[in-house]
Design a protein around this ligand. Sequence first.
Ligand SMILES: [Zn+2]
Length: 198
Amino acid sequence: MHPIQKFNGKARGASCRKMLNWAMAHPAKAAARQIDADEARIREIVQFTARSLETAHPVPFGALIVNTHTNERLLRATNAVMRENDPSAHAETRTVRLACKKLKRPSLAGYTMYSTCEPCAMCMANALWARLDRVVYGATIEDANRHVLQIHIPAKEVARRSDMRCKVEGPVLRDLCNTLFTHPNMQQAFRKWNSRKP
Ligand SMILES: [Zn+2]
């Protein structure tokens, strides 16, 4: 390893330890800080996903992966089922796929995913296989189900019945996330989706 990499690694380790010690000494403040950080990240992914509303393929689903300890962004992507003609190209599964390719490893241990909507059973299972630390979502499966077909298994339930450990938290800024679904361009696009509600 190059000496500068070693130095950076050490510095990061020390700052993580410092952060952990502070969080243990001030649990209420740490929880409040976590809520602020989660809301900021959900706002960011809503903004990013909203950009699709002005394109030929609007989507209300977007996901973002950040380093759990440094909060540094790794990757973000939207649902591309219609764009790529791929029924598995949900935002969360696609983001995990792209993030693993970027890191050149199949594990996202040490990372947190933020999603505009509660992950479906496929995406939550994929998040567990990817070993994500946390998954934080905005709108719920029930919210999405007002517009498109859904598989009715809560993400927390998928995680609970798994050997892999992953904290699932939400809904966070649910109303804001729901505005992605109710946007007129999105409502018009849903009519062309094969998962539209009959
Ligand atoms: Zn999904």
